[in-house]
Design a protein around this ligand. Structure first.
Ligand code: SF4
Ligand code: SF4
Length: 400
């Protein structure tokens, strides 16, 4: 029998109290205003702020869940649009849960899973991504032999051939896009400079499944996840490092339920190495940089401090903060697998974040997620904002 990654599986009806008792108080639509001065930044639900109708905020999607549960409505295109433009950024959950103890983000996730099970999702626009995974084990359709090219010249161990202490899990993006390959190389170089003994799964690593989970296709997610967990177990490495917060989230929340692993984000390892004096930051990195919290790393996993500790230790770097930072952070536009089908809206969200970076006087944005890097870099290349974009690893590499 096929091994399950998550057991028992949660279903939408188990959150009936959450979606039935939403009081439409709209707390989930905005930031904590007392932490943010500029009115333009008071709303940070990307879909609600862009499309404005209630259905695009969490409260509307909870109402959709309630009415579907009571069989009062039938799914239609407008409902699908509202559900799949959500970036799963989790801002609504962070506003609602402390006051109402409800889980709007989890309702939205399970509503997507229910939609897939009931056959009204995912939409046609996701078929290319699904085909890509079928043919290449990667959402962007890049085959495994190309995805490992970033390793060229680095002589990285294969964890399936040699025993290593840490397994470096690459994730879906770093090995795919040419602009990300140097960033992945930087991750490996920093780990090596800090004396971390690591290897990768090489061509045996398949999609983390994060994109599948986000569109609600849990069955397919579990298939790819099982392929990875088998290989991770075979490697015998009990500790896994990844620089990709999307992979980090599924490794921590899903894979770690099936196999015995400790999971670290690269920023946590780097902060530890700096703390222990194992990374010598000799060169100045003279830049006024603002740190962007990736939703899956910050709000979802609570990793706020480690990347800031790294940046505070950088000689010459002036660390700035967004008005919407930490739990108030705005998504970069790359959440929820939305970029696979709604690029104009995604660009609008990314530009909002670039505007905010510009308004705090930043010369550069630093982040620790390959999707955020790609979103920002691509939007900044339009030239409206003069901002460089750095992955945390490449900032460290510059300082070494
Ligand atoms: S989801 Fe929570 S915060 Fe949002 S309207 Fe409903 S009860 Fe209020
Ligand atoms: S997860 Fe983010 S985009 Fe989705 S409804 Fe909540 S705040 Fe809005």
């Amino acid at each position: 029998m096929k091994r399950r990654i998550t057991a028992p599986r949660e279903v939408l009806s188990e959150l009936r109290e959450d979606f039935s008792l939403c009081g439409k108080c709209k707390l989930c639509q905005a930031v904590m205003a007392q932490q943010c001065e500029e009115p333009r930044f008071w709303r940070n639900c990307p879909s609600g702020t862009r499309f404005r109708y209630e259905a695009y905020y969490a409260s509307g999607k909870l109402e959709i869940a309630r009415c579907l549960d009571l069989v009062e409505i039938e799914p239609d295109d407008r409902m699908r649009h509202a559900l799949y433009t959500c970036m799963l950024c989790g801002s609504c959950e962070d506003r609602c849960y402390p006051v109402k103890q409800m889980h709007p983000l989890w309702v939205i996730q399970l509503l997507r899973e229910q939609a897939v099970q009931d056959g009204w999702a995912p939409m046609e626009q996701f078929s290319e991504m699904l085909d890509n995974i079928e043919k290449t084990d990667n959402p962007y359709g890049v085959p495994a032999r190309k995805r490992v090219e970033w390793e060229d010249g680095l002589d990285i161990k294969n964890a399936l051939d040699e025993k290593v202490e840490y397994l470096l899990f690459v994730g879906d993006d770093y090995g795919v896009f040419p602009e990300l390959a140097p960033r992945m190389k930087a991750v490996a170089k920093v780990l090596r400079a800090g004396g971390v003994e690591f290897g990768t799964l090489g061509t045996a690593e398949v999609s983390s499944g994060s994109a599948l989970l986000m569109i609600g296709d849990r069955d397919y997610f579990e298939t790819v996840a099982a392929a990875n967990t088998e290989k991770i177990e075979e490697s015998g490495a009990g500790k896994v490092i990844t620089a990709d917060p999307h992979a980090y989230t599924v490794l921590k929340e899903e894979y770690a339920k099936a196999i015995d692993i400790e999971v670290y984000h690269f920023s946590e390892i780097a902060a530890g190495l700096i703390d222990e004096g194992k990374l010598k930051l000799a060169n100045e990195v003279k830049v006024k940089a603002v740190y962007h919290d990736p939703c899956r790393l910050g709000r979802r996993q609570g990793v706020f401090e480690a990347p800031r500790k790294v940046l505070e230790a950088m000689p010459g770097l002036e660390l700035l903060e967004f008005e919407r930072n930490l739990k108030n952070s705005l998504c970069c536009g790359g959440g929820g697998s939305v970029f696979f089908w709604e690029p104009e809206y995604v660009r609008w969200v990314t530009n909002e974040r670039l505007f905010e970076a510009d308004s705090v006087g930043a010369e550069a944005i630093v982040t620790s997620c390959p999707i955020c890097v790609r979103m920002f870099e691509s939007a900044a290349s339009e030239g409206k904002y003069k901002l460089d974009v750095y992955d945390l690893a490449e900032v460290i590499e510059k300082a070494l």
